[in-house]
Write a protein that binds this ligand. Structure first.
Ligand SMILES: [Zn+2]
Length: 338
């Protein structure tokens, strides 16, 4: 009985909130490719403990390595786009290597991530034949072929984990990398340590024909985006979406629908894109987290995605999941809530 009543009341609420007229689907042009996602690499996890097989892939002259010094990615300068793959010999000649990770293979050809210290990466910035820069710039400016972004993200996240987990959090002893870079073992207390991924909920709250966007003080001055925050221990994604929206903007949310996800290697996050049904409309901005937050109409949001907003306001670039979340709503309206 209780369930029946709940279903009815939810349906009635949806009906009340449904717009009387669905505007035509705006033409936003071709869908940009989401950055760091849809990897073509076969990770071949079964080979990680097979040192002989990984060594054979590494000794193949066609093998390639992405070279990363914590936040800096090393690229070979090209005339149009830069080349992020080095032969393993070329990579080893760049400077002392901190770690080597087997990323997987592409059609049987090995792919590796090779770590440098940040100091080494900074030092080789002076070389004329190299371009050394951060991964955000590479993605947003399209400095390499987009197929390279997922394995660079994979390499960057795992290498960052190695750099920050050299000692056992349980007993303090130095840990040793094993399994081709996918595990660290503590020789003293025998604890096994695995690379971590930190989930972040990123969401668009929807009130009929309006969506809620916010501005972080870190954003470029014109940009507005989805709200986001880390999922906390013992918390579901849906609860994190509701909590973050309430904390940052004072908006209560009901239904939450998953959209899609994106690896976000800054340093080791996974962005989990969601839509949320707003149940209240009065915004109270948490100024510790956000510079501002407000409701945007679909027309205004479409203009931002197209770069044609009359006041020059912008949405995040196409490589970011926020762009895709916002676009999904502009194109499909409240239907994204299921
Ligand atoms: Zn230990």
């Amino acid at each position: 009985m209780t369930r029946y009543i709940r279903v009815r009341s939810a349906k009635r609420r949806n009906k009340d909130r449904a717009p009387p007229f669905m505007p035509p689907r705006p033409d936003l042009g071709p869908q940009p490719r989401l950055g760091y996602a849809e990897s073509r690499i076969e990770r071949a996890a079964e080979l990680r403990s097979d040192a002989k097989a990984v060594a054979a892939l590494a000794s193949d002259s066609r093998a390639g390595a992405y070279v990363i010094g914590i936040d800096l990615v090393v690229l070979k300068k090209g005339s149009t786009r830069h080349e992020p793959l080095f032969t393993l010999d070329e990579a080893r000649a760049l400077g002392p290597i901190t770690e080597t990770v087997f990323l997987g293979h592409l059609d049987g050809v090995g792919r590796f991530g090779i770590g440098l210290t940040l100091a080494t990466a900074e030092a080789i910035k002076a070389r004329d034949d190299l371009h050394v820069t951060d991964l955000r710039s590479i993605a947003v400016q399209g400095l390499v072929d987009a197929d390279h972004l997922p394995p660079i993200a994979e390499a960057k996240a795992v290498l960052h984990w190695h750099a920050r987990h050299r000692f056992c959090p349980n007993c303090g002893a130095a840990t040793q990398p094993v399994q081709s870079g996918w595990k660290r073992d503590c020789p003293q207390c025998k604890t096994e340590h695995f690379p971590r991924t930190d989930p972040v909920a990123i969401m668009l709250a929807i009130d009929g024909e309006r969506c809620l966007l916010g501005r972080s003080p870190r954003f470029v001055p014109t940009m507005w985006s989805c709200l986001a925050g880390f999922v906390e221990p013992g918390e579901s994604i849906e609860d994190a979406v509701r909590r973050e929206t309430r904390e940052e903007a004072g908006i209560a949310c009901g239904r939450v629908r998953y959209f899609r996800s994106q690896p976000w290697p800054f340093p080791t996050s996974l962005m989990i894109g969601c839509y949320a049904e707003a149940l209240s409309t009065d915004i109270v901005v948490d100024r510790e987290e956000l510079e501002d937050a407000r409701w945007f109409s679909r027309d205004e949001t479409a203009a931002m995605l197209l770069g044609k907003h009359p006041q020059g306001l912008t949405a995040p670039p196409g490589v970011a999941i926020a762009h895709h979340i916002i676009r999904g709503w502009v194109e499909n309206g409240a239907g994204v809530l299921g």
